[in-house]
Design a protein around this ligand. Structure first.
Ligand SMILES: [Zn+2]
Ligand SMILES: [Zn+2]
Length: 128
């Protein structure tokens, strides 16, 4: 490997449970396992469109009331495909498929407490 890589962001095993709708399970080379539900991934979709939407929401300029979120059917995935050796692309059941989830991004959005501390609390401090 010519490029030194953060072992925490290098997957050794990726399981996408499309048929059961369970979500994505990734084991990393530091032996950590992350589990993501599809609705969680949909909420963290890294594409420009979703970034835009999230930004609007966080600024409170979205037209719908933030206190009464619209009912959304539970999102699952229709398919998931590897993109090169650095990402997976997920086609969600709401036909949204522009999100390419790099492993780096996936590790950073791992929903567990340890990763929250390691990746997200530090990121918040530097980006505000
Ligand atoms: Zn998206
Ligand atoms: Zn984690």
């Amino acid at each position: 490997m010519p490029i030194p890589q953060d072992a925490r962001k290098k997957p050794v095993s990726i399981k996408v449970h499309v048929s059961t709708g369970e979500g994505v399970e990734i084991t990393w080379s530091d032996t950590h396992t992350s589990r993501y539900a599809f609705p969680y991934l949909r909420d963290h979709c890294p594409c420009a469109l979703c970034n835009d939407e999230r930004e609007k929401k966080s600024k409170g300029t979205a037209s719908s009331s933030p206190l009464l979120p619209m009912y959304k059917p539970r999102v699952t995935a229709n398919s998931a495909n590897p993109v090169g050796n650095y990402a997976i692309q997920i086609q969600f059941s709401d036909s949204h498929a522009t999100g390419i989830f790099s492993y780096e991004h996936l590790r950073e959005i791992c929903p567990c407490d340890a990763c929250e501390r390691d990746f997200r609390s530090a990121a918040k401090e530097t980006t505000v």
